[in-house]
Design a protein around this ligand. Structure first.
Ligand code: GLC
Ligand code: GLC
Length: 816
């Protein structure tokens, strides 16, 4: 069953009933201030860091699901209801939620009263705007009481949920007309406060949660609203909230609009106070003045729309297959921007207090947004590289506020260094900016250890070269891309983190995946060396790569597929010899991506084996057979019940590796099949099983061994976003940035008659039409650039030149 539909012209997903199988959310904000916003107005917001500077409270894993958000309660002559459905689960005569690019709109109606709420974070300001309109659609006068409601978080979200002996005594607010200020801890070391304001005079307010709700009541029964009268409570300790009481008289057909703003404000250390005990409200005044009319709010929304229009204008797709077109052209890129902003910190599955920015994750995310915000990708690269250790290894995570490596998680994930090369190569191919290599970047955040970014790349490369095991394959360390393949961990203590527990370094456990990543990304390093006059280094690199490929050939091939690893005893993992875990997806996808075995049939065999053993209706599972029991020598991978997560779940992140690998073999039909199976738009009418948003990728879909095969979890913050975008845009549609320009190399289903892509690239716009009247899967017959055919070598290379002239160039490609 479907719970909505795509409105492609508006770039919106329209949810048509509120009781979606799970909260279907959106993200507000694209710079420093962010909100998570569900289809029933649930969620929370924060400034820059979801853990340290959270403005509103959210209870994860709460009962009922998704209680808490920015709520508006309506009292229509004694009839109390919530127009966003939650938290009262009110019966509505009409309901719709439109999630768009950086904004959401909820509209509903009951008993002749219509409600609409437009929520977004304006560009360049640190606040959420909620523009609320009430319309009397009946033919009698209506007297409405409206109550806004938010619950403040005491800033540090972790403390907020744990340190009650302190927290229940520190809550403080100030009320000034229609503005409610949350100033907990402002008296001491904080120099920031929150403000929750509305642009009209109010009848009354409440800031004490219990007074507002009534003793033992939930959000679904706020006594104050039922009474129809605010209590004007001033919070002192316990739980500060913000509620405005507004009275609106509406004649038949009349509308009234209110602008609510929830803002974050900072003062200089020496300007904190207006007078003793009274906060300096200047920054709040400045902010609120900007958005104090509906017209001002509309203008800010229009500017936000322009921003997204121009951003997504950098890569657009048109094709008969609307599902693919809307995902590749709109939602996939949108999700990539969200992963850019959030990394893995805040979603409905990530609590915003746990994980910082991943070294590996952030480098991979970059592959999906570098074409959208190249300058920001540049500074992201420099931030990430600054957390690298002098020996080339890396902190696995770093904190977004301080940009410092996270000691709690430490290092030892031996694939990490290579992702830096992968990210930097993608950045240079996109921009042609080799200058980034000369930037001085600290090691371990220590300025005195700074060296050029090029040196960082070299250390990354060398780390793999110098950390090999008995078969000449890279040592896995704590784990590789698969965080859960913990071959040196041997954990027996319940609850111990597999990722941080002391590692016994066997010096034996090796990863075929890291070898394949090295074979895939190493050549880019060599190429970068050549192009920057480092011929000797290039030669050294090429030799090291050849040696690694030899090691894969000799010790990484199992007969019908690529092995996955060797454990701490030197025993094979991912081999037909194993009882469980005979075949894994990752090494097979990546080895073929690196073109290993293309010429001798092994690549084809490996991918056929993947299809034979790992395929399911909802995507390719990570391994088979699933581990039935916990294996001390394998770690977390075997800790999951069969079919979930890394233990044979459909870990979507690695499916596009197989998609890309299939395009290396020219199998466009199969490549597209693997693409579509995990693409959420194709499962829109299967939402009762899939449960999560049909417009974004999930990290995992339960695999064939799982009880709930086909059910998705962990939507939004996943490397799936970047990799699927790479697979569809660069390898299926085949518009691929390379060092020399824009390569055209489509590999599509034979039934696809053609498509159009517009691509902004190094200062020019490429309008590319691909004609597949011939019905092939791969191969180009002709390319016309601005009316002239490419021929000979140029046609063979199929690389469009860098124009950089700010103009539009017409490219016509005929496959055949
Ligand atoms: C999670 C992690 C990612 C890892 C993957 C597989 O998605 O964020 O870093 O590669 O799991 O374990
Ligand atoms: C767990 C998850 C894995 C994730 C890791 C992050 O191991 O299974 O997917 O990458 O946690 O710390």
């Amino acid at each position: 069953m479907q719970y909505g539909y795509f409105d492609d012209n508006a770039r919106e997903y329209v949810i048509t009933r509120p009781d979606t199988p799970y909260p279907w959310i959106n993200y507000l904000g694209c710079e420093d201030f962010f909100g998570l916003f569900s289809n029933t107005s649930g969620g929370y917001c924060f400034y820059r860091d979801a853990r340290m500077l959270r403005l509103t409270r959210y209870r994860y894993n709460n009962v009922p699901t998704d209680a808490g958000g920015r709520y508006f309660y309506l009292r229509d002559e004694g009839d109390v209801w919530t127009p966003s459905w939650m938290p009262m689960k009110s019966a509505l005569d009409r309901y719709e939620c439109r999630h768009g690019m950086g904004y959401s709109k909820i509209s509903s109606a009951r008993n002749g009263l219509a409600f609409s709420q437009v929520s977004f974070v304006p560009l360049h300001d640190t606040c959420e705007i909620h523009k609320v309109t009430l319309t009397n659609e009946s033919n009698i006068d209506k007297r409405i009481d409206m109550f806004s409601f938010i619950e403040f978080c005491l800033w540090n979200a972790n403390d907020d949920m744990t340190n009650f002996q302190r927290n229940f005594s520190i809550g403080e607010v100030e009320i000034d007309g229609s503005r409610i200020y949350h100033k907990t801890e402002y008296r001491e070391r904080r120099n920031h406060y929150a403000v929750w304001a509305v642009n009209v005079p109010i009848e009354g307010f409440d800031t004490d949660r219990q007074t507002f709700l009534g003793l033992y009541n939930g959000f679904d029964h706020p006594q104050t609203v039922f009474d129809g009268e605010a209590k004007n409570s001033a919070a002192s300790g316990w739980a500060p909230v913000g509620s405005h009481h507004i009275k609106a008289r509406l004649a038949p057909g009349e509308s009234k609009t209110f602008v609510f703003v929830l803002g974050y404000c900072e003062n200089h250390e020496d300007q904190k106070w207006e007078r003793p005990g009274v906060i300096n409200k200047k920054p709040a005044n400045t902010l609120l003045e900007k958005y104090d009319t509906p017209i001002a709010a509309d203008k800010a929304l229009a500017a936000l729309n322009e921003y997204w229009k121009s951003l997504l204008g950098r890569f657009t797709v048109d094709a008969e297959d609307k599902k693919m077109a809307r995902m590749a052209g709109i939602w996939n890129q949108y999700q990539c921007m969200v992963t850019f902003n959030m990394s893995r910190s805040a979603s409905y599955f990530e609590s915003g207090i746990g994980r910082g920015m991943g070294f590996r994750d952030s480098n991979q995310d970059l592959l999906g947004f570098v074409h959208l915000v190249p300058e920001r990708a540049r500074s992201r690269i420099l931030d990430i590289a600054a957390t690298q250790f002098p020996d080339g290894s890396a902190y696995h995570q770093y904190q977004p506020l301080t940009k410092r490596g996270n000691n709690e998680v430490g290092s030892g994930f031996n694939d990490d260094p290579l992702w830096l090369i992968c990210g930097v190569a993608a950045y240079i191919k996109e921009t042609g900016d080799y200058g980034i290599l000369n930037e001085k970047v600290p090691f371990d955040n220590n300025e005195t250890l700074a060296d050029t970014l090029f040196v960082h790349l070299k250390r990354s490369f060398d780390y793999t070269v110098t950390h090999v095991g008995p078969h000449g394959l890279p040592l896995i360390g704590r784990a590789d891309w698969n965080d859960c393949l913990n071959l040196n961990c041997f954990s027996k203590t319940p609850g111990e983190s597999f990722q941080t527990t002391a590692n016994y370094e066997s010096g034996v456990a090796e990863s075929v995946l890291i070898a394949a990543i090295f074979a895939f990304t190493g050549p880019d390093y060599a190429e970068i060396c050549r192009r920057t006059n480092r011929a000797e280094e290039a030669e050294y690199a090429e030799k090291a790569i050849a040696k690694m490929i030899e090691a894969i050939d000799q010790h990484g091939w199992d007969g019908s597929w690529f092995l996955r690893a060797y454990d701490a005893y030197g025993k094979k993992i991912g081999s037909h010899e194993c009882e469980d875990g005979k075949i894994f997806i990752e090494s097979n996808g990546f080895a073929v991506m690196a073109d290993i075995g293309i010429n001798d049939g092994r690549a084809r065999k490996a991918l056929d084996s993947v299809k034979e053993h790992l395929e399911s209706p909802y995507g390719i599972v990570l391994l088979q057979p699933a581990y039935k029991d916990y294996h001390l020598e394998l770690g977390e991978v075997s800790s999951y019940p069969p079919g979930y997560k890394e233990n044979a779940g459909i870990f979507c992140h690695n499916n596009p590796w197989v998609t890309i690998a299939e395009t290396r073999l020219g199998r466009g039909n199969r490549a597209f099949e693997t693409y579509a199976k995990i693409c959420p738009a194709y499962r829109e009418d299967d939402s009762d099983l899939r449960r999560l948003e049909p417009y974004v990728y999930a990290q995992m879909v339960a695999g064939k061994d799982a009880v709930r095969h086909g059910e998705a979890k962990n939507s939004w913050l996943t490397g799936t976003a970047a990799w699927t975008f790479v697979s569809i845009s660069q390898y299926i549609l085949g518009v691929r940035p390379v060092f020399d320009g824009l390569m055209i190399d489509p590999c599509i289903p034979s039934s696809m008659k053609g498509f159009t892509v517009t691509r902004h690239f190094r200062g020019a716009d490429y309008h590319i039409t691909v004609d597949n009247g011939a019905g092939v899967e791969k191969g180009i017959k002709s390319i016309m650039v601005d009316g002239n055919y490419l021929d000979g070598e140029a046609l063979k290379k199929a690389v469009l030149p860098v124009f950089g002239d700010g103009k539009v160039h017409k490219i016509v490609v005929v496959m055949g």
